[in-house]
Design a protein around this ligand. Structure first.
Ligand code: FES
Length: 521
């Protein structure tokens, strides 16, 4: 299959999960309400929390800034696995066997809990049992894979060492976990979400939380100025927007990864595959009404760092062609993951001093099981006061200190981006073509311009509304991306993802540019 790249990349990316499920239309909050638990974020973590807490008899409200399941959940690979690359030997070495056991138990339980919930609610979500295989093409990883088989097996996971995979990829060794699964995340979550609204429980869409007031109860203010009073609050909004506690913006960094969904001449042999080295390459398949899709995933990088993002899709297409006879590429999309300093999510109390404020974030690239873990863990903390997995996921864990080096490196990187953006001397020209985005210097000010296919110019102030870093253009997704904490904005300045809670200011054309910098004029 030959691709006319100019034509192919002219179309905006589209996730198969979103394209194959209906749009949602939950109401926007238009009055003040009172609930037991307010949950900020309507992805897999937030909706699963709402489901489990409602089952415990609590009144819950999910506040979603956009539409539920359209963020990370709508752009995932949707693997349900406890095989998170080679994590168990590392966990045992760095945190000890007890905490490694908690992580293994939590994720293995999550795989089967999603199946149980789907069955309880008669949800057909294409859930199928699959093996998960991590392979290496490098000699230096052979011993690591062998160590990982021992580590995972010692924690009760069905892990084995194998030397072949059914693809024309020359490998040195691989680890196989049995009894893992895959599913269609939106078929699952959209059906589950329907069980929430009634009996004083709610889902609100286009209801962005912009502030939290603390007192005997929490009071969340929405972008429309409505108030949600709650005894307890869970922040499950991917990158946390609430900066008063926890300094999360210094210990989470966002990464983007890419997915192309291909149709191939060969039948996919089953299983979910990932390599152990960089650049990441991962494979799974999905049955659809129009035949089998193979998802080819990888090529991650820090958000906002690198403007030519089309090249990541091209790299995946090249890899797909090496492995399969590619007949069509009907979908491509990208996703964003929150990475933590020690590779373990932050799930639990927001800080050790906030007993009624909770967080679920930093799922690395393993958000499906870790979202379900969040729901079970936070349900247990809220209802019973403790969870058997709370220590390994504790957001205030001491082992974070062991990651001090990454902490410094990450923050140095953010500072570097902040300063770099400001010192940038963007070109004076406004030579721009349809479909192109650029940073320009207009009237001496840095501004971002995108020209749409009709030739209309969209100009934004490129200073991120979160903490002031300078945004960069993302050519593949046609968005303005922040290199510091990963906020993303459309070319019309609207928030695609936080932590920013305010849109970018805009000007209609170069003549109204002063509108962008009203504080300076
Ligand atoms: Fe924090 Fe942009 S996301 S400064």
């Amino acid at each position: 299959m030959n691709i006319d790249k100019q034509k192919y990349f002219k179309e905006l990316p589209q996730s198969y999960w979103i394209a194959s499920t209906p749009k949602t239309n939950y109401p926007t909050l238009n009055e003040d309400i009172n609930v037991d638990v307010a949950i900020v974020g309507g992805g897999l973590a937030g909706i699963s929390c709402a489901y489990l807490l409602k089952k415990e008899g609590l009144k819950v409200a999910v506040l979603e800034a956009g539409h539920i399941a359209k963020g990370t959940t709508g752009h995932t690979t949707a693997k349900l696995t406890s095989q998170h690359e080679l994590i168990y030997s590392k966990l045992i070495n760095q945190m000890g066997g007890e905490l490694a056991q908690q992580y293994a138990d939590a994720n293995e339980t999550a795989i089967h809990e999603i199946k149980r919930i789907a069955e309880d609610n008669n949800i057909d979500c294409d859930y199928t049992i699959q093996a998960a295989i991590a392979y290496t093409q490098q000699n230096e990883y052979i011993q690591k894979i062998s160590d990982e088989v021992k580590a995972a097996s010692s924690l009760g996971i069905k892990a084995s060492y194998i030397e072949d995979i059914p693809f024309p990829i020359p490998i040195k060794a691989a680890i196989r976990f049995d009894n893992q699964a895959q599913f269609h995340p939106l078929k699952y979550l959209l059906a589950l979400s329907k069980t929430i609204p009634n009996n004083d429980c709610h889902i609100f869409e286009q209801t962005r939380a912009v502030d939290i007031e603390e007192g005997d109860n929490y009071i969340i203010t929405t972008a429309q100025g409505k108030k949600v009073t709650a005894k307890k609050v869970i922040i499950a909004s991917h990158y946390p927007f609430y900066n008063k506690h926890g300094m999360y913006f210094t210990r989470i960094y966002p990464e983007r990864s890419y997915i192309v969904a291909i149709r191939a001449k060969e039948k996919y042999p089953g299983g979910m595959y990932i390599n152990t080295e960089d650049p990441a390459r991962s494979l799974r398949h999905q049955q659809t009404e129009n035949g089998e899709l193979i998802l080819v995933v990888g090529d991650s990088h820090k958000t906002g760092q690198g403007i030519d993002t089309v090249k990541h899709y091209e790299a995946l297409i090249d890899f797909a062609r090496d492995v399969f006879t590619v007949e069509d590429i009907p979908y491509r999309w990208s996703t964003q993951d929150c990475m933590t300093l020690d590779g373990i999510p932050y799930i639990g109390h927001y800080t050790s001093n906030t007993p009624n404020l909770y967080i679920a974030t930093g799922f690395q690239k393993w958000g499906m099981t870790n979202s379900m873990v969040s729901a079970m863990l936070l349900r247990d903390l809220i209802v019973k006061g403790k969870s058997s997995w709370q220590d390994v996921y504790n957001p205030s864990r001491q082992t974070i200190l062991a990651s001090a080096k990454s902490f410094v490196v990450e923050n140095f990187n953010v500072a570097e981006q902040l300063i770099d953006g400001k010192l940038d001397s963007p070109p004076e020209d406004i030579d721009i073509r349809p479909g192109e985005g650029k940073v320009l210097k207009i009237n001496g000010k840095r501004a971002g311009a995108y020209m749409d296919e009709e030739g209309k110019l969209h100009i934004v102030n490129t200073t991120c509304t979160h903490m002031g870093c300078e945004l960069n253009w993302n050519s593949a997704e046609r968005s303005w991306d922040c290199p510091c904490h990963g906020s993303r904005f459309s070319y019309e300045g609207k928030i695609i993802e936080g932590p920013a809670s305010q849109p970018l200011s805009m000007a209609n054309d170069v003549n109204t540019i002063e509108k962008l910098f009203k504080d300076d004029y």
